[in-house]
Design a protein around this ligand. Structure first.
Ligand code: SF4
Ligand code: SF4
Length: 351
């Protein structure tokens, strides 16, 4: 039994991909908030799935920022890559499970790749999965976020919303698993690489970046705001950073990383999933979010140096520390002397 994977016959929760497993204090609760069956629970500080409550509806799949949740009968990424038609209407009565299986990134990728995309939401408000209107609102929000993004980059593309009821055509539904290695390989996504535990970049983000690369020549703006749930752009304050390395250690996607000589921290916003763990974990609060982002940097995974330190050896503990002028003594030793200096003086006086 794999204790890091919980599943029913059709649904799987990969705990190793959950942000709450990455960092205990992370506050993501998107799956808990949207699940109509209250199937997610906290058990001894860890998020768990109550397999008896889960009804395999797939409503939570599209909200998870790290793709920790999946159903084995429908893969939204594979579905997008396998679509041949240029005119696409997504509907739970026709070709997909609940439209909540799609993320904002999925909606944007679809719009960029196709001539026409619409979502039929005519059944959502009355649906049994729409407890307290949460599912409908969440789908509508993701479509709105996708359209806001498409408008900001200056394309004429958008996701249309249809409210006219359509007849159920579910006979043809889910014949194909839509997640074959062939579809991913055609997109330049290395399936073997995906098996690597360190590779935590969600496939929906890779497909989004590929979609942007294909269409970027038609964008009016490539400098855009970071006011989207899936985008972030970081900076690090030289004055505040003490080079402890926690942000690099805890970043789930290796978006933050050290240079070979460990003197500087680099960042690729194309790998960042905006989880906020680095902001939260940084004790001196040296990491802040920028308001804008360059889509060329994002889509082509360009890295940039956020901070560079001069390392010197501390005269007290003989370990390297980021030197910012003055005495050759590290912050830890400095505060130790400040906190306990008097005690040592008293001890010396007694002797
Ligand atoms: S939405 Fe995903 S990352 Fe967030 S708590 Fe649920 S499983 Fe974890
Ligand atoms: S850089 Fe920060 S916000 Fe981005 S993925 Fe890494 S830890 Fe999360």
């Amino acid at each position: 039994m794999n204790i890091y994977r919980q599943h029913t016959d059709l649904f799987e929760f990969d705990l190793l991909k959950c942000l709450r497993t990455d960092y205990y204090h992370n506050t993501c609760s998107k799956c808990i908030d949207i699940c109509p069956e209250n199937a997610f629970i906290f058990d001894r500080g860890k998020l768990r799935l109550d397999e008896n409550r889960c009804k395999n509806c797939a409503v939570c799949v599209g909200v998870c920022p790290s793709e920790a949740l999946s159903v084995n009968f429908f893969n939204p990424n594979g579905f997008i890559l396998s679509l041949k038609e240029e005119k696409v209407t997504l509907s739970c009565k026709k070709n997909t499970p609940c439209l909540s299986v799609f993320s904002s990134q999925n909606f944007i990728s679809l719009a960029l790749r196709k001539d026409f995309v619409s979502c039929n939401l005519s059944h959502c408000e009355e649906c049994e999965l729409n407890k307290d209107n949460k599912t409908f609102e969440s789908i509508a929000q993701r479509i709105e976020e996708a359209n806001r993004f498409l408008a900001e980059i200056g394309t004429l593309k958008e996701i249309k919303v249809e409210a006219e009821e359509i007849k159920s055509e579910r006979r043809a539904l889910f014949k194909k698993l839509f997640n074959s290695a062939k579809e991913l390989a055609g997109e330049g996504i290395d399936v073997k690489e995906l098996a690597n535990v360190r590779n935590r970049i969600p496939i929906k983000n890779i497909i989004l970046k590929n979609s942007i690369k294909k269409e970027i020549q038609n964008f009016k703006n490539t400098q855009i705001s970071t006011d989207y749930s899936f985008l972030s752009n970081k900076e690090i304050s030289y004055d505040l950073c003490n080079n402890c390395g926690d942000c690099v250690k805890f970043c789930p996607t290796d978006a933050l990383f050290y240079s070979k000589d460990s003197t500087s921290i680099w960042y690729q916003n194309g790998k960042c999933i905006a989880c906020g763990i680095c902001n939260d974990i940084c004790e001196p609060k040296a990491i802040t979010n920028k308001d804008d982002l360059d889509l060329i940097e994002f889509a082509f995974d360009r890295g940039k140096e956020l901070i560079s330190h001069t390392l010197e050896i501390c005269n007290e503990c003989k370990t390297p520390f980021p030197y910012k002028g003055g005495e050759l003594i590290c912050e830890r030793c400095k505060s130790f002397v400040n906190d306990f200096g008097d005690i040592f003086k008293i001890a010396a006086d007694i002797e």
